[in-house]
Structure formats: structure tokens, C-alpha cells
Ligand binder design. Structure first.
Ligand code: SF4
Length: 216
């Protein structure tokens, strides 16, 4: 297999589109000690001791949110992000089962360099080269997806990688500066003091503001 197929061309997607909160909670509780910590906020244990590219999304949303979660040792979820997390995991499993059945494709490939660790969804072996493939269950591209993949590209010494979305596949080129963001994340999660608050417009609509306000 030279290029990975779009997610929903390889596996069925539509049966998970209407997943309810109760269904998602039931599924998540099979693998994670999920708890409700606010009227609409949930949390699952998460290891922030090893810096991982998957923290890029939270860092981009708000560095202070990343710090809060590291302090709590928990990944915070809204109802919507909890459902998206579960749906994404199930779609990942389906896709990896299909695509990793091909020769020269490795699933859940762990890459570690020093204190940096990440688990790449899929790695395509092309001779001596390892090409990382990240699967995203949403429709649209986000800069955090690109940065996360560029970190994997650097950690694997690959020339490029692929981002798989529901209906498209984007090729992402190498950018050595991507590792800088990982160093910034490490500094935040290890800091004894929280980063400053985000802009007032972002905080006004932030679902985590009650938890955030407990820290000065
Ligand atoms: S309330 Fe503001 S500073 Fe706190 S986590 Fe949300 S966006 Fe960040």
C-alpha cells in the first residue's frame, strides 16, 4: 500500500455519527476510569510525565489548560469531546484493522527519543524509510494535526507523512522546527506555576473556566 485511503472509504463511519453521551460513557468506562467532575465536565487519568505530540491540540487551545490537566493528572473532556474521543477511538480501531493487514504497515508504532514519546497510528515501511500516518476522525484539517504529525516525522526521521481524514488524505512535509513546540509543552507541564490566562474572549466561552479559576 503506497498511500493510505480516506477513513470512510476504508471502513464504515455513519453508524457512529449519532452516538449518545450514555453510549460513549459506557464504552469509555471499559478502558478508562472516567469520572464526572462538573455538571458537564468529565475526566480520565492521563500520563503527562512523558511529553507526547498528542498534547499539541490542548497546547494550541490554551497553554494554561494543558498545565491544569498536567497538575490534575487528568485529561478534561466536555460531553462533546468525550463522544468525539470515543467515536474517534472506535473508527481508529476499525481503520487500523483494515490498513494494518497490508504488508509493511505497522499499527500503534511507539517512538521514543529521550523524554519524548508518541504512538503513531500507523507507520508505512518503504524500504528503510518509515512514513507516519495519523488518522483523524473529523472532517476538517487543523494546524495541531499538522504539527503533531510533523513531530512524528522528525522523531522517525521521515521525509513526510500522511494525515487521514474521513473523506481525504493530506500529505504533510517535514518541518524540523516542529520539535520546538514539544519543548514548550514540556516546559509548561513541568512548571510549578500556571501560564497566564488566555484572552478574555476565549475564557468567556471556555467550558473549563470554573476549574481554571481555582488556580491563581
Ligand atoms: S478559562 Fe481561559 S485560561 Fe482557563 S483554561 Fe479556559 S481558556 Fe484557558
Amino acid at each position: 500500500m503506497l498511500i493510505p485511503p480516506p477513513l470512510c472509504r476504508a471502513v464504515r463511519c455513519d453508524d457512529l455519527d449519532e452516538m449518545t453521551l450514555d453510549e460513549a460513557l459506557k464504552e469509555l468506562s471499559r478502558t478508562d476510569a472516567v469520572e464526572q467532575i462538573g455538571p458537564t465536565i468529565y475526566a480520565v487519568p492521563y500520563d503527562f510525565k512523558r511529553v507526547s505530540p498528542s498534547m499539541v491540540g490542548d497546547y494550541e487551545y490554551c497553554p494554561r489548560l494543558l498545565w491544569l490537566q498536567a497538575k490534575l493528572g487528568k485529561k478534561l473532556l466536555t460531553r462533546r469531546s468525550l463522544i468525539a474521543l470515543v467515536r474517534g477511538r472506535l473508527l481508529h480501531e476499525r481503520y487500523e484493522r483494515v490498513v494494518a493487514a497490508a504488508d509493511e504497515v505497522l499499527a500503534e508504532y511507539k517512538v521514543e527519543i529521550g523524554e519524548l514519546v508518541g504512538v503513531v497510528d500507523l507507520v508505512f515501511k518503504r524500504g528503510e524509510r518509515l512514513v507516519p500516518v495519523e488518522v483523524k476522525s473529523g472532517l476538517s484539517s487543523r494546524s495541531a494535526h499538522v504539527k503533531q504529525l510533523q513531530i512524528y516525522i522528525e522523531l522517525l526521521g521521515a521525509p513526510f507523512g500522511y494525515l487521514v481524514y474521513r473523506n481525504k488524505v493530506d500529505r504533510v512535509e517535514r518541518d524540523p522546527s516542529a520539535l520546538d513546540i514539544l519543548r514548550e509543552i514540556k516546559a509548561i507541564v513541568e512548571s510549578p506555576v500556571p501560564p497566564p490566562k488566555a484572552s478574555s474572549s476565549r475564557c468567556r466561552t471556555c467550558p473549563f473556566k470554573q476549574i481554571c479559576n481555582k488556580y491563581s
